[in-house]
Design a protein around this ligand. Structure first.
Ligand SMILES: Nc1ncnc2c1ncn2[C@@H]1O[C@H](COP(=O)(O)OP(=O)(O)OP(=O)(O)O)[C@@H](O)[C@H]1O
Ligand SMILES: [Mg+2]
Length: 257
């Protein structure tokens, strides 16, 4: 007997989203495999955040079906964690770094004594071992974003949703964090749904890139990115296949726009 293929981590089945009397997204059908790193890109206003919010259970589809690991979504799930672009607002300013990570553990009802070693491990994982007692306001933008990632990891999510998480960071910090997220996702086999408007970032990170077009938001292209892993900021970005895919997607986004 043939083994059944595993359920997709995220299955979008003919999803439509209407908001304020307007169709924002239409006809989104896509299966994301467990452990896949999927990047969603497209111009501002094409519905990327809305699509991510549907997966997070924060926006309900007006038509179609969304399932996570074979189960229909009925609101936010502990299996899913979200990293927002706006780290300043995502963190609690009156709690130190350790306290912010503890939030996720408290929510899961973990006893305090068990929390401490886990918090230490998580902070070390994102390079914040020596900053456990600093408050968000005392951390750089990159460090605050690392802290938000540590807090999400504390939730031990099966699916990590990231909404332009590195958009506000300088180029070097951004590249560092890209590599850290790739390593963390690979280590845990986390499914990542990563939203960006940056085509190069999408190609650098993704196993596949999903390009959306606006008005209404719809699938324009789904591209396989068969570049070797681990990716490398120089070698990958200089690879002829990377450059060819970049040109192809760039042309497509500009022709049809
Ligand atoms: N609650 C809402 N009510 C009405 N319209 C909404 C609502 N939320 C989003 N929209 C509209 O949906 C469209 C898509 O918005 P969304 O934020 O998903 O785009 P985006 O691709 O994430 O854009 P950006 O790259 O600028 O973040 C926009 O036209 C926006 O005005
Ligand atoms: Mg957005």
């Amino acid at each position: 007997m043939l083994a059944r293929p595993p359920e997709p981590a995220i299955a979008f089945d003919a999803i439509r989203v209407d908001l304020g009397g307007k169709t924002i997204l239409t006809d989104i059908t896509l299966d994301v495999k467990p452990g896949e790193f999927i990047c969603v890109m497209g111009p501002s206003g094409c519905g990327k955040t809305t699509l991510l919010r549907v997966v997070a259970g924060l926006v309900q589809a007006s038509a179609g079906k969304l399932s996570l690991f074979g189960k229909p979504v009925q609101g936010p799930s502990r299996k899913v964690s979200v990293v927002f672009q706006d780290y300043g607002r995502a963190l609690l300013p009156w709690r130190d770094a350790a306290g912010n990570v503890a939030l996720a553990l408290e929510a899961a009802g973990m006893p305090r004594a068990e929390q401490r070693p886990l918090i230490e491990t998580l902070l070390a994982k994102v390079g914040l071992k020596d900053h456990a007692h600093k408050f968000p306001g005392q951390l750089s933008g990159g460090m605050q974003q690392r802290l938000q990632i540590a807090r999400c990891l504390a939730q031990d999510p099966e699916i990590l949703l990231m909404d332009e998480p590195f958009g506000a960071l300088d180029a070097m910090t951004r590249q560092q964090l890209q590599d850290e997220v790739l390593a963390l996702a690979a280590e845990r086999n986390t499914t990542v749904f990563f939203v960006t408007h940056d085509l190069e970032e999408a190609l650098y990170l993704g196993d596949r890139v999903v390009a959306l077009l606006p008005n209404p938001g719809r699938l324009a292209r789904i591209v396989d990115v068969p570049l070797a892993r681990p990716r490398n900021q120089l070698a990958t970005r200089e690879h002829p296949d990377f450059l060819a895919m970049r040109r192809d997607l760039f042309d497509m986004m500009h022709e049809t726009h």
